[in-house]
Design a protein around this ligand. Sequence first.
Ligand SMILES: Cc1cc2nc3c(=O)[nH]c(=O)nc-3n(C[C@H](O)[C@H](O)[C@H](O)COP(=O)(O)O)c2cc1C
Ligand code: SF4
Ligand code: SF4
Length: 285
Amino acid sequence: MKLIINNDVCTSCGLCREECPSKAVRVGKENGEYSIYQPFCIACSHCGIICPVDAITTDAGEFPLWENPEIPPERLEAFIRGKRSVRRYKKQALPKDFIEDLLYTGSLTSTASNRQEWEVSVLTGPAVRELGGEVIEYYAGLINLIKNPLMKIILRFTEAKRYINSPDTFKRLEKFVNKFRKGGDPLFFHAPAVIILSAPKKERRFGKTDCVLAGSAMMYTAAGYGVGSCMIGFAETAMNLNKHIKTAGGVPGGNRVHLVFTLGYADRGYRKLPIRKKMPAAFKG
Ligand SMILES: Cc1cc2nc3c(=O)[nH]c(=O)nc-3n(C[C@H](O)[C@H](O)[C@H](O)COP(=O)(O)O)c2cc1C
Ligand code: SF4
Ligand code: SF4
């Protein structure tokens, strides 16, 4: 998106220059006119949404008006506390429009330097079980490798060490695989939809943070509509370690998966809230 300053409207108040996080707003030495130095601009929109006289326009349309949503902070806290990871879903499919609106909400969140370098893959119906099958076969292969004494030594130096160091965790993994093979779904819990957020591998500094912020907004918004979700780390790990599984999930080969979550109408409610430990805090100053 490109932003430009219309000098017929600009009153030279200086607000946009003060606001710009990229030092992209400049004042002409000769004519005193305000302009945007495009190579520095990250298209964050701050200048345009603060300008008191609408002197800044874009090639992507008009800035929508800001409205105070008037959410009392204590209600927001109660809402955040009340969102659970849902592992039981109604069979009912989610309307496509609903999912599209949710993705749009996710795309409204902040990204590092406003890069918005992410992609989303939406699996519904049989595609969920198909990806589940691929992920499960990955873990079945890992179980076989761990059973090989030589491989077990090598795998001690990889992510698989958690299954080698703990026989209980290994047994749980075997049960997990068997349950799926018998028609159960301990991976995606028979959810009607699975959302996968990924970013190009070159976005190694903040790709994960950007995707998690967007996914988090999607999951909280969904919860507001009674639609549950659960992050699935098992699938994220398998997709990043095996290109074939990533492709099965509709993720471009050059991307790294940063968040996978299920989505569906929750088939369970809770009477109370969980107890959490306080985040350790260090205050200075
Ligand atoms: C990064 C991450 C990965 C997770 N992976 C899984 C998973 O693979 N399967 C699962 O059932 N839950 C998974 N969860 C859900 C957590 O177990 C859950 O958030 C935690 O137990 C707290 O419960 P709550 O979300 O209902 O408050 C994951 C959560 C996070 C944050
Ligand atoms: S905020 Fe608007 S009016 Fe003020 S200097 Fe910038 S473009 Fe001009
Ligand atoms: S869009 Fe953001 S980075 Fe670009 S000039 Fe305006 S405030 Fe600066």
